[in-house]
Design a binder for this molecule. Sequence first.
Ligand SMILES: Cc1cc2nc3c(=O)[nH]c(=O)nc-3n(C[C@H](O)[C@H](O)[C@H](O)COP(=O)(O)OP(=O)(O)OC[C@H]3O[C@@H](n4cnc5c(N)ncnc54)[C@H](O)[C@@H]3O)c2cc1C
Length: 380
Amino acid sequence: MEFGFSEELLEIKRIIRDFAENEIRPHVMEWDEKQIFPLDTLKRLGQLGFLGVLIPTEFGGAGLGYAEYVTIVEELSRIDGSVGISVAAHNSLCTGHIYNFGTDDQRRRFVVPLAKGEKLGAWSLTEPEAGSDAGGTQTIARLDGNHWVLNGQKTFTTHGTYGDVCVAMAVTDKSAGHHGISAFILEKGTPGFSSGKKENKLGLRASDTSTMIFEECRLPKENLLGELGHGFIDALKVLDGGRISIAALGVGMAQGAYEAALNYAKQWKQFGKPIADFQAIQFKLADMATEIDAARLLMHRAAWMKDQGMLTTAQSSMAKLYAGEVAVRVANECVQVHGGYGFIKDYPAEKFYRDVKLCTIGEGTSEIQRLVIAREILRM
Ligand SMILES: Cc1cc2nc3c(=O)[nH]c(=O)nc-3n(C[C@H](O)[C@H](O)[C@H](O)COP(=O)(O)OP(=O)(O)OC[C@H]3O[C@@H](n4cnc5c(N)ncnc54)[C@H](O)[C@@H]3O)c2cc1C
């Protein structure tokens, strides 16, 4: 068992950290307050290969593994979770779904421009009445000659407004339950396919979270992704990978909040000395550092297993559950360490406090992760 990182991984970490410090940090609060989606920054990340991290070079990607991928998401999220969630949704959800379950033709048409960062990807599973119970999808796809015709609505889609390519799940056989849901690839501009409300959110406000609407949306038959009736089953496999990147989002934001608390505690004085001299503050910092380390280890264990081609359903959920809850605890203590200034927008604490909450909700709530973990434990 090795706990060190390869030189290559450390180099990637240095590059992405420099990028985040120089090209993201100066804009974080403006993007957050004005809800500006940083499209140009994502394009730059694409040029650097960070929008096709897991895709082989022959399909326009960087040809890296999950160890590198989670490091990239962690480093971006350390500065801004909004950029972290964008990169995660683009890479492991949309691009990953098409690469892993698409035909060679679909890989050439869609994965190549997505992996090169020329196009931005979205992935639509959640519906207004089918979130945790995603198998209760109501969007319908009916076959009409050589076309699929989609009708329905999706909610909370990351890149629902800015995405160029969207993978969406729809019911193709109502009587077949989970085996009657299929996946489809949609392109921006397809008649009958539009984005609706862009959500005004508690946190991750620079990320784009929008409704997607399908009204008699006609898709060529070849836009079916994966086998007919396998869309939901494939989506669960996609989420096994996606949840590791939400763990990385949590670890990154927790790390950012911890560093903010540590710096503040060393500089801010009360009773004539830095508050870091008080044991109550030291214990907070010790707990934060320990929990973040534990979350990072769970994240890297799941990433390592994924890179070995192993099934990671339980390990992905454990990493996502723990990292998400640690991020919430750490951000809470970060505000506490800052005292009144933790409540004020001049300091980074309040933004971390708002942003981290997504980690216990997105790609399956903490309750759903516990259900998944329990099901896997009992099955073994
Ligand atoms: C910022 C953001 C980005 C998102 N991006 C995407 C995206 O790109 N694509 C996408 O498809 N979705 C996306 N989502 C949706 C997200 O995955 C869902 O919000 C999440 O799965 C929860 O579904 P829900 O909101 O419908 O909550 P609900 O399912 O209605 O849950 C409400 C509450 O009930 C609990 N609950 C539900 N069922 C059970 C149960 N069986 N046992 C115990 N408790 C239960 C939940 O844990 C929760 O506490 C995003 C959401 C947000 C907020």
